[in-house]
Write a protein that binds this ligand. Structure first.
Ligand code: PLP
Length: 472
């Protein structure tokens, strides 16, 4: 499988790549309910892909050489600021994705904290449902994390819990993060209360709307009532919202918005004390492709506001229907009523269904739902990222969900905790790149059972086993 001595023809290359790609599940059509976001509008995706190719080699490192980069970024940031009801003076930056937006939000807050005279190690306050990107940010940026449990009946982070954690953090508190919504449970934290609590203490409040920013804004513009989570809420100082999620653009684009340019300045990095070109970076990357930003611009123009309103309406309608169906099936329930377009399914009642077994039963029917392990008293669940196209196949999805539940109802939950060694032994050797088993419930149950200090290295080891290229 190495690189050929002589170059191959474009036709041969396209064929070979298509063969490689055949291992993957379909990106379009709504069969995969995580990782992908299909608006179901062929014209917008083809406009995005054409722009991706046309701008792939434009280097967004330098908007003075490539003015198109500033033009496109300004248009996209301006759009995000409008959607998030930003006040005059607000600004933003275009990043490569949700994780980069989270990291830069933490960096901006850390820099403001330092400029304000903060000494020692700053701390950021996160719900226990906050996306791991913030833990990664803290890890990379030398910041401590104080984890705050969400309310166990609503699964939301509350202002009371934040106030208590801020009290305990004292002068080290540099940032509070709220989610809109949380990925794991699909609920919006109490942004209004949390931001007010932050504002009275002068602490920045970041809203992670990476996955919900576009859906909640366009649901509001479509006339629905949504929970407040944007700059109209006093005390919200920054917001992340991903173009490559419900902005329906190809991967590699997110917006990070700030209430003021002073906060944004913390994400910029300039260095000229070397004999080469003066480096100015607005994000973590330096050389970067303008392809994803041009693609997002093209998708936005292909859909228009009305296209987004319609797409979000369809995704929300599908979400409501699936949630109702889940509630009507014995043995499963939604963890919380969905605030946007994400659903978490848990087992319920006497005949409680194991979500991991259900994932396998759905996979046999051609649907990919995402298993989420338990965390202390938070149960194992299945995650669904519902998309506009989900409405097209809603009847067959619901029928398959019912029959999958019938298939696995009454089966014991797969529990690896009673005999971890046996559970390990029963699995193929994942850490040496062996093929993943057809039935994944055992793997997920094992991950579920491992204590976090073993779980995380084990997960890394599984990935290391997948990336096997090395010199002998
Ligand atoms: C709420 C939230 N924040 C951050 C991220 C990280 O985004 P990305 O995978 O684009 O880095 C995600 C991803 O799903 C998310 O849902």
């Amino acid at each position: 499988m190495g690189i050929p001595q002589q170059g191959q023809s474009p036709v041969d290359i396209a064929g070979a790549l298509a063969d490689i790609r055949r291992q993957d599940p379909p990106i379009h059509g709504g069969r995969v309910l995580a990782y992908v976001y299909d608006a179901g509008v062929a014209e917008s995706m083809s406009a995005g892909l054409a722009a991706l190719g046309a701008f792939a080699e434009v280097n967004a490192l330098d908007p003075t050489t490539f003015p198109s980069v500033a033009r496109i970024e300004n248009d996209l940031v301006g759009w995000g600021l409008d959607l998030m009801q930003a006040p005059a003076g607000a600004a933003g930056v275009l990043t490569s994705g949700g994780t980069e937006s989270c990291i830069l939000a933490v960096l901006a807050a850390r820099e403001r904290w330092r400029r304000a005279g903060g000494v020692g190690t700053p701390v950021i306050l996160l719900a226990d449902t906050a996306h791991p990107a913030f833990h990664k940010a803290a890890h990379l940026l030398g910041v401590d994390v104080r984890t705050v449990p969400v309310d166990r009946s609503t699964f939301r982070l509350t202002d009371d819990a934040v106030a208590e954690a801020l009290e305990a953090s004292g002068d080290r508190a540099a940032l509070v993060v709220a989610s809109a919504p949380s990925y794991a449970h699909g609920v919006v934290d109490d942004v209004t209360g949390i931001a007010a609590t932050c504002a009275t203490r002068g602490i920045p409040c970041h809203v992670d709307a990476c996955i919900g920013g576009f859906t909640l804004a366009y649901a509001r513009l479509g006339g629905e009532t949504v929970l407040p989570c944007d700059f109209a809420v006093d005390g919200v100082t920054s917001i992340g919202m991903d173009l490559h999620k419900y902005g329906f653009s190809p991967k590699g684009a997110s917006l990070l918005l700030f209430r003021d340019t002073d906060l944004r300045s913390g994400t910029y990095y300039a260095f000229s004390e070397w004999p080469g070109y003066p480096v100015v970076n607005t994000t973590l990357q330096s050389t970067k492709s303008a392809g994803p930003m041009a693609a997002a611009w093209a998708v936005a123009h292909a859909l228009g506001h009305q296209g987004f309103i319609d797409a979000v309406r369809r995704a929300r309608e599908a979400t409501r229907r699936i949630a109702l169906t889940v509630e009507s099936i014995p043995g499963i329930q939604v963890v919380a009523s969905p605030d946007s377009t994400l659903i978490a399914i848990a087992g319920e009642g006497d005949d409680s269904i194991d979500p991991f077994r259900l994932a396998d039963a759905m996979r046999r029917r051609g649907w990919i739902l995402q298993p989420q392990p338990s965390l202390s008293d938070l149960p194992r669940t299945l995650h669904l990222t519902v998309q506009p196209v989900s409405l097209d196949s809603i009847d067959s999805f619901e029928a398959d969900l019912r029959s999958a539940c019938d298939e696995v109802r009454g089966l014991p939950w797969i529990d690896a905790s009673t005999d971890l060694e046996a559970a390990f032994a029963a699995l193929p050797d994942l850490t040496s790149g062996g093929p993943l088993p057809e039935e994944m419930a055992g793997v997920h149950a094992l991950i579920d059972a491992l204590p976090p200090e073993i779980r995380d290295p084990a997960l890394s080891a599984i990935f290391a086993g997948l990336f096997t290229a090395r010199r002998d």
